[in-house]
Design a protein. Structure first.
Length: 243
Protein backbone atom coordinates (compact mmCIF):
# COMPACT_ATOMS: atom_id res chain seq x y z
CA UNK A 1 0.00 0.00 0.00
CA UNK A 2 2.83 2.43 0.92
CA UNK A 3 4.52 1.72 -2.41
CA UNK A 4 1.28 2.46 -4.27
CA UNK A 5 0.74 5.76 -2.40
CA UNK A 6 4.34 6.81 -3.04
CA UNK A 7 3.89 6.05 -6.74
CA UNK A 8 0.70 8.13 -6.89
CA UNK A 9 2.41 11.07 -5.17
CA UNK A 10 5.35 10.82 -7.58
CA UNK A 11 2.99 10.66 -10.56
CA UNK A 12 1.03 13.72 -9.37
CA UNK A 13 4.22 15.73 -8.83
CA UNK A 14 5.53 14.75 -12.26
CA UNK A 15 2.26 15.82 -13.89
CA UNK A 16 2.38 19.16 -12.08
CA UNK A 17 5.96 19.73 -13.15
CA UNK A 18 5.00 19.00 -16.77
CA UNK A 19 2.35 21.74 -16.85
CA UNK A 20 3.34 24.01 -19.75
CA UNK A 21 4.39 27.57 -18.93
CA UNK A 22 5.51 30.67 -20.84
CA UNK A 23 9.24 31.31 -20.97
CA UNK A 24 8.63 35.07 -20.67
CA UNK A 25 5.45 36.89 -19.71
CA UNK A 26 4.45 40.46 -18.88
CA UNK A 27 1.09 41.59 -17.44
CA UNK A 28 0.49 45.31 -17.04
CA UNK A 29 -2.55 47.25 -15.89
CA UNK A 30 -4.18 49.16 -18.75
CA UNK A 31 -5.48 52.56 -17.60
CA UNK A 32 -6.39 53.79 -21.08
CA UNK A 33 -8.82 56.69 -20.73
CA UNK A 34 -10.56 55.64 -23.96
CA UNK A 35 -11.63 52.30 -22.58
CA UNK A 36 -13.41 50.13 -23.62
CA UNK A 37 -11.81 51.16 -26.92
CA UNK A 38 -10.76 48.29 -29.13
CA UNK A 39 -9.74 45.19 -27.19
CA UNK A 40 -7.38 42.90 -29.07
CA UNK A 41 -6.31 39.30 -28.74
CA UNK A 42 -3.69 37.83 -31.06
CA UNK A 43 -2.31 34.31 -31.03
CA UNK A 44 0.70 32.99 -32.95
CA UNK A 45 2.52 29.63 -32.66
CA UNK A 46 4.93 30.98 -30.05
CA UNK A 47 3.27 34.05 -28.57
CA UNK A 48 0.11 35.44 -26.99
CA UNK A 49 -0.69 39.16 -27.09
CA UNK A 50 -3.74 40.71 -25.45
CA UNK A 51 -4.38 44.43 -25.16
CA UNK A 52 -7.07 46.33 -23.27
CA UNK A 53 -8.66 43.14 -21.93
CA UNK A 54 -10.75 42.82 -18.79
CA UNK A 55 -9.56 40.18 -16.32
CA UNK A 56 -12.74 38.19 -16.96
CA UNK A 57 -11.72 37.88 -20.63
CA UNK A 58 -8.29 36.52 -19.70
CA UNK A 59 -10.04 33.84 -17.63
CA UNK A 60 -12.55 33.25 -20.41
CA UNK A 61 -9.85 32.70 -23.03
CA UNK A 62 -7.65 30.56 -20.78
CA UNK A 63 -10.47 28.17 -19.91
CA UNK A 64 -12.29 28.39 -23.25
CA UNK A 65 -15.66 29.34 -21.74
CA UNK A 66 -18.03 32.29 -22.35
CA UNK A 67 -18.33 35.01 -19.73
CA UNK A 68 -21.89 33.96 -18.89
CA UNK A 69 -20.41 30.71 -17.54
CA UNK A 70 -18.02 32.50 -15.17
CA UNK A 71 -19.26 33.48 -11.71
CA UNK A 72 -17.13 35.89 -9.72
CA UNK A 73 -16.91 39.43 -8.30
CA UNK A 74 -18.30 42.22 -10.55
CA UNK A 75 -14.91 43.97 -10.68
CA UNK A 76 -13.58 41.20 -12.96
CA UNK A 77 -15.04 43.31 -15.79
CA UNK A 78 -13.63 46.55 -14.37
CA UNK A 79 -9.88 45.87 -14.23
CA UNK A 80 -8.06 45.82 -17.55
CA UNK A 81 -4.68 44.45 -18.62
CA UNK A 82 -2.15 44.10 -21.42
CA UNK A 83 -0.52 40.68 -21.71
CA UNK A 84 2.56 39.78 -23.72
CA UNK A 85 3.83 36.23 -23.36
CA UNK A 86 6.23 34.10 -25.38
CA UNK A 87 7.52 30.55 -25.60
CA UNK A 88 10.97 29.45 -26.69
CA UNK A 89 9.47 27.01 -29.21
CA UNK A 90 6.22 26.85 -31.20
CA UNK A 91 3.12 26.08 -29.15
CA UNK A 92 -0.41 25.19 -30.21
CA UNK A 93 -3.43 27.27 -29.26
CA UNK A 94 -4.42 24.59 -26.74
CA UNK A 95 -0.97 24.77 -25.14
CA UNK A 96 -1.13 28.58 -25.01
CA UNK A 97 -4.46 28.38 -23.17
CA UNK A 98 -2.88 26.01 -20.63
CA UNK A 99 0.05 28.39 -20.21
CA UNK A 100 -2.28 31.32 -19.60
CA UNK A 101 -4.06 29.27 -16.93
CA UNK A 102 -0.78 28.78 -15.11
CA UNK A 103 0.02 32.49 -15.51
CA UNK A 104 -3.32 33.46 -13.96
CA UNK A 105 -2.76 31.04 -11.08
CA UNK A 106 0.80 32.28 -10.45
CA UNK A 107 0.27 36.03 -10.92
CA UNK A 108 -3.34 36.55 -9.76
CA UNK A 109 -3.63 33.65 -7.31
CA UNK A 110 -6.66 32.39 -9.24
CA UNK A 111 -8.57 29.59 -7.54
CA UNK A 112 -11.95 28.25 -8.61
CA UNK A 113 -14.23 25.24 -8.68
CA UNK A 114 -16.83 24.08 -11.18
CA UNK A 115 -20.52 23.57 -10.46
CA UNK A 116 -22.83 21.72 -12.86
CA UNK A 117 -26.04 23.68 -13.42
CA UNK A 118 -28.96 23.35 -15.81
CA UNK A 119 -29.44 26.77 -17.41
CA UNK A 120 -31.48 28.35 -20.19
CA UNK A 121 -29.17 28.29 -23.22
CA UNK A 122 -29.08 28.45 -27.00
CA UNK A 123 -27.94 25.90 -29.53
CA UNK A 124 -26.05 27.37 -32.49
CA UNK A 125 -27.40 25.57 -35.58
CA UNK A 126 -27.36 25.93 -39.36
CA UNK A 127 -30.28 28.00 -40.68
CA UNK A 128 -32.59 26.99 -43.51
CA UNK A 129 -30.74 27.60 -46.76
CA UNK A 130 -27.40 26.51 -45.36
CA UNK A 131 -24.30 28.09 -43.86
CA UNK A 132 -22.79 31.23 -45.40
CA UNK A 133 -19.51 30.81 -43.56
CA UNK A 134 -16.22 31.38 -45.36
CA UNK A 135 -13.63 28.73 -44.55
CA UNK A 136 -10.10 29.91 -43.75
CA UNK A 137 -7.77 29.26 -46.68
CA UNK A 138 -4.52 29.75 -44.80
CA UNK A 139 -3.23 27.98 -41.73
CA UNK A 140 -3.09 29.93 -38.53
CA UNK A 141 -4.44 30.26 -35.03
CA UNK A 142 -7.56 32.00 -33.83
CA UNK A 143 -7.44 35.78 -33.54
CA UNK A 144 -9.99 38.56 -33.02
CA UNK A 145 -9.55 41.73 -35.02
CA UNK A 146 -10.00 44.90 -32.94
CA UNK A 147 -13.12 46.81 -33.99
CA UNK A 148 -15.33 49.47 -32.46
CA UNK A 149 -19.09 49.19 -32.41
CA UNK A 150 -21.29 46.17 -33.16
CA UNK A 151 -18.79 44.42 -35.44
CA UNK A 152 -17.32 40.96 -34.79
CA UNK A 153 -14.30 40.03 -36.93
CA UNK A 154 -12.33 36.85 -36.29
CA UNK A 155 -9.81 34.79 -38.22
CA UNK A 156 -9.30 31.02 -38.14
CA UNK A 157 -12.24 30.79 -35.75
CA UNK A 158 -14.01 27.64 -34.65
CA UNK A 159 -17.78 27.81 -34.26
CA UNK A 160 -17.10 27.41 -30.52
CA UNK A 161 -15.13 30.68 -30.65
CA UNK A 162 -18.09 32.39 -32.28
CA UNK A 163 -20.51 30.90 -29.74
CA UNK A 164 -18.35 32.08 -26.83
CA UNK A 165 -17.90 35.50 -28.45
CA UNK A 166 -21.63 36.26 -28.73
CA UNK A 167 -22.90 34.52 -25.58
CA UNK A 168 -22.75 37.74 -23.55
CA UNK A 169 -24.91 39.57 -26.09
CA UNK A 170 -27.35 36.65 -26.14
CA UNK A 171 -27.43 36.60 -22.34
CA UNK A 172 -27.16 32.81 -22.21
CA UNK A 173 -24.57 30.08 -22.77
CA UNK A 174 -24.40 29.01 -26.41
CA UNK A 175 -23.58 25.44 -27.43
CA UNK A 176 -22.21 24.76 -30.91
CA UNK A 177 -24.61 22.24 -32.48
CA UNK A 178 -23.71 22.91 -36.13
CA UNK A 179 -21.53 19.85 -36.51
CA UNK A 180 -19.04 22.00 -38.45
CA UNK A 181 -15.44 21.24 -37.49
CA UNK A 182 -13.54 23.72 -39.67
CA UNK A 183 -12.05 27.13 -39.02
CA UNK A 184 -13.62 30.20 -40.57
CA UNK A 185 -13.13 33.86 -41.48
CA UNK A 186 -15.99 35.62 -39.71
CA UNK A 187 -17.16 39.18 -40.22
CA UNK A 188 -20.53 40.09 -38.77
CA UNK A 189 -21.52 43.76 -38.83
CA UNK A 190 -24.78 44.33 -36.96
CA UNK A 191 -24.92 48.09 -37.68
CA UNK A 192 -27.61 47.84 -40.43
CA UNK A 193 -29.83 45.71 -38.19
CA UNK A 194 -29.45 48.12 -35.27
CA UNK A 195 -30.49 51.00 -37.54
CA UNK A 196 -33.46 49.01 -38.79
CA UNK A 197 -34.58 48.26 -35.22
CA UNK A 198 -34.02 51.87 -34.13
CA UNK A 199 -36.35 53.05 -36.90
CA UNK A 200 -39.12 50.82 -35.56
CA UNK A 201 -38.90 51.75 -31.87
CA UNK A 202 -36.82 50.51 -28.87
CA UNK A 203 -33.87 48.37 -29.97
CA UNK A 204 -34.06 44.68 -29.09
CA UNK A 205 -30.37 43.67 -29.15
CA UNK A 206 -31.24 39.96 -28.95
CA UNK A 207 -33.43 40.26 -32.05
CA UNK A 208 -30.61 42.12 -33.84
CA UNK A 209 -28.17 39.32 -33.04
CA UNK A 210 -30.59 36.62 -34.19
CA UNK A 211 -31.27 38.41 -37.48
CA UNK A 212 -27.60 39.17 -38.15
CA UNK A 213 -26.53 35.58 -37.52
CA UNK A 214 -29.10 34.23 -39.95
CA UNK A 215 -28.71 36.80 -42.73
CA UNK A 216 -24.93 37.22 -42.59
CA UNK A 217 -23.68 33.78 -41.53
CA UNK A 218 -26.57 31.42 -42.27
CA UNK A 219 -26.77 30.36 -38.62
CA UNK A 220 -29.51 30.51 -36.02
CA UNK A 221 -29.99 30.18 -32.26
CA UNK A 222 -32.51 27.72 -30.84
CA UNK A 223 -33.55 27.99 -27.15
CA UNK A 224 -33.05 24.94 -24.97
CA UNK A 225 -31.94 23.86 -21.50
CA UNK A 226 -28.33 22.76 -21.15
CA UNK A 227 -26.25 21.27 -18.35
CA UNK A 228 -23.34 23.68 -17.97
CA UNK A 229 -20.23 23.53 -15.79
CA UNK A 230 -20.12 27.04 -14.31
CA UNK A 231 -16.63 28.23 -13.35
CA UNK A 232 -17.07 29.67 -9.84
CA UNK A 233 -14.16 31.81 -8.70
CA UNK A 234 -13.12 31.26 -5.08
CA UNK A 235 -10.18 33.68 -5.03
CA UNK A 236 -8.46 36.10 -7.39
CA UNK A 237 -6.38 39.24 -6.81
CA UNK A 238 -7.23 42.54 -8.50
CA UNK A 239 -3.59 43.21 -9.35
CA UNK A 240 -0.97 40.69 -10.50
CA UNK A 241 2.35 40.18 -8.79
CA UNK A 242 5.18 42.15 -10.41
CA UNK A 243 6.73 41.06 -13.70
Amino acid sequence: MKTKIAFLIFFACAALAAQPAFDAASIRTNNDADRPGSPMAQVSPGALTMRNQALVYLIQWAYDVPRVEIEGPPWLREVWFDVQAKTSKPATETELRLMLRKLLEDRFGLKFHKEPRVLPAYALTIAKGGSKLQESTTEGTFSIEPRNGPVFVAHNARLTDLANGIADEAGRPIVDATGLQGRYEIRMDLTPYLRREAGQGPVDTESVLFTGLQEVLGLKLEPRKESVDVLVIDHVEKAPTEN
